[in-house]
Ligand binder design. Sequence first.
Ligand code: GRG
Length: 301
Amino acid sequence: MSFRFEIDRVADQVQERLSALLGQDEPVPGPGADAMAPLAEAMRYAALGGGKRLRPFLLIQAARLFDVPEGTALEAACALECIHCYSLVHDDLPAMDDDALRRGRPTVHIAFDEATAILAGDSLLTIAFEIISAPKCHDDPAVRAELAYLLAKASGWQGMALGQALDLAAERQPFSPEETTAMQMLKTGALFRFACEAGAVLGRAQPASRDALICYATAFGQAFQLADDLLDAEGDAAAMGKAASKDAERGKATLVGLLGLEGAKAHLAGLVAEAEEALAPFGGKAAMLIDAARFVAERRS
Ligand code: GRG
């Protein structure tokens, strides 16, 4: 089965399940109903409006290494995607990146308003924990509790939110390559790590297998961010006729700015090799995860 086919198939599954989870089958009766509608609509707009669904894909593929059925892994995968979508809604706000477009459409605060975007982000964050702690996620409450714990750690003040805070700080003070990598491993890497670790938790993996997946996720997360920075840098260089990116202009820390285009490309190839090597113990069973690392490094949009 090809990677392209598989990632599209998983994206369809995620779309269908998220649509059900964010459905409006229990409308609030009475005077609150009208007021509630824009919030639910904004959540659906943010979560159901496209996206590659890479994090759910990694989670489902990691779980598959331990023969976890896709229907089981899908719940945790949807919880993770809700966190990702929340982070994008908040990242786009005027107080953060102040972006008007996301996934080819107006961002949530443009399509609705700022207050609704903040609340939709908050609600996507919290519904993630409803999904991951519900019995449908896993029969064993200990597994659900571990997943919820790991997801909270990955998302919050020691994970993605800290990474975002450091990224904002990097606009005011110069970051070294090491500091930039550490920031990116939190900002974008923490959710990729959760995706892979959750697969191991769902599959009750041995510590060595879990560690191998964490190594893979670490290299994958860095490769993803570096490829994203390269896309920005090359796109902006083409548009502006010089090798300076929008992020660099804003004073944002990127490895492309620090290593240069060629240095960054060489580093990216090394990260993909690292990701592949980490999965060697799983043999051919890890082919989709290896293809995912190659995909993020090679993507052009
Ligand atoms: C607001 C707490 C808080 C955190 C925001 C992840 C993040 C932290 C911000 C995203 C900013 C950004 C655009 C970073 C570049 C890399 C990235 C995460 C891109 C978006 O992820 P994709 O490519 O998006 O997986 P899709 O649309 O495919 O889901």
